[in-house]
Write a protein that binds this ligand. Structure first.
Ligand SMILES: [Zn+2]
Length: 414
């Protein structure tokens, strides 16, 4: 098949005018101007989107589709621990059919808005099949948490059962593991998650340095999270606060050796940033979730200066207004910062996310790479640079027209 459009952006450095992408089965075979591709046109199967741009599909590096339909139920809270309490005690999550519907709705929202790959945190057996058989490229991180001071057999059995049901990986799906966060997951369970990652060759993701309360909890064992654990009746008193930053704590636990996906990283010291850079870990920034929780001053400049791989996630609809990566793009453009080029924004939204999730040859349109792409409408004006293109497609007036994953059309706008 050939997808043709006024502009084709195969990667963050290249804009082809009157371009085309030729792919066969799941792989890109050629990306060039239409003139060159048509000279030796190997197929009659051609879709011409005219005044549109074709780009690599969006990679949403962090979301929780199980929570999609909590959107209108959860109240926005300034206190993060209060927000967690709402999520954990929501009655809706007790229903298997509700969870399945949430996942199905989240998947549809994702592909309709041009997301081709997701990194999805998942807790239950419910909806597992919907994720495994999804037409999206999906890394499913099975979430572990609990502050108990030992590994009970029931915990290990439940996790092993989930992992057994999650296997095997396919060409579009890979299972992975996510110890939730230092305020909810004991060191024993972090280490056990590392063992699981080692045993099964899983990627690992964890929420980290999300709030000042998390930093306080690790320094003193007190604050919002100690109150939250008490409210849940979770015995954590045997746990000794490590008196270090969340990143240093992960380093002590051996987690950073795994080169994990570090989700949020809203509050980092200079030494934290050096540590992330040293271990080659990826950071997932969730721009609109960051805004939702009233955080300010994301350390983007410092992370970019250290050449740390930054991917972008929406997080769930319990802390965002949409799962549309172009809304995250708009938020990133609002930074208007000189250290943040449009080229690096496009990398964050595509190839960086794919790498952070462990996918190779995904996130760029190049011969031999996966044919994961989108076509997005453009206004009838002169558009030439990557910066022009990103600014236009961030406008709500433009429209995702096509989503292709591994060479299959999974969404086409009528
Ligand atoms: Zn999250």
């Amino acid at each position: 098949m050939i997808i043709k459009a006024k502009l084709v952006v195969p990667d963050s450095r290249t804009v082809l005018k009157n371009g085309a992408v030729f792919f066969s089965q799941s792989e890109v075979k050629q990306v060039d101007t239409w003139e060159k591709i048509s000279a030796n046109c190997p197929t009659n199967n051609i879709l011409d989107f005219g005044n549109a741009v074709v780009l690599p599909g969006w990679v949403n590096a962090h979301t929780h589709l199980e929570l999609t339909n909590l959107r209108d139920i959860i109240q926005r809270k300034k206190c993060f621990a209060d927000w967690i309490w709402q999520i954990a005690t929501s009655k809706e999550r007790e229903s298997s059919s509700w969870i399945l519907k949430s996942i199905q709705d989240g998947l549809k929202m994702s592909w309709k808005s041009g997301t081709t790959t997701i990194g999805n945190i998942h807790q239950s057996l419910d909806g597992l099949q919907a994720l495994k058989s999804s037409p999206l490229r999906t890394t499913v991180f099975y979430e572990t948490l609990g502050f108990n001071t030992k590994l009970e057999k029931t915990y290990i059995d439940r996790l092993e059962n989930l992992i057994n049901q999650s296997l095997p990986a396919t060409k579009l799906y890979q299972p992975a593991i996510s110890p939730h966060a230092p305020y909810s997951t004991s060191p024993y369970r972090y280490r056990h998650s590392l063992d699981v990652a080692q045993k099964y060759g899983f990627h690992l993701s964890t929420h980290i340095s999300e709030t000042q309360a998390e930093i306080e909890f690790l320094k003193t064992g007190k604050g919002d999270f100690s109150h939250l654990l008490e409210k849940f009746g979770i015995p954590y008193q045997a746990w000794q606060p490590p008196k270090v930053t969340p990143i240093a704590y992960l380093d002590q636990l051996g987690v950073l050796k795994k080169g994990p996906q570090l989700v949020h990283c809203n509050y980092l010291s200079e030494e934290d940033i050096n540590c992330i850079a040293r271990t080659g870990s990826s950071v997932v920034f969730c721009p609109r979730s960051h805004q939702y929780f009233f955080h300010t001053n994301y350390p983007l400049k410092q992370l970019i200066r250290k050449s740390i791989r930054i991917a972008i996630g929406t997080d769930s609809l319990a802390s965002n207004w949409s799962l549309d990566m172009r809304d995250e793009l708009r938020r990133l453009l609002e930074f208007g910062a000189d250290y943040l080029s449009s080229e690096s924004i496009l990398d964050m939204l595509t190839i960086n996310g794919a790498k952070s999730l462990g996918w190779s040859k995904v996130g760029r349109l190049e011969k031999g790479w996966q044919a994961d792409l989108v076509a997005i409408s453009l206004p009838p004006i002169t558009i030439e640079t990557i910066d022009d293109i990103l600014r236009q497609i961030a406008q709500p007036s433009t429209q995702n027209l096509l989503t292709v994953v591994a060479g299959e059309i999974i969404y086409k706008h009528n």
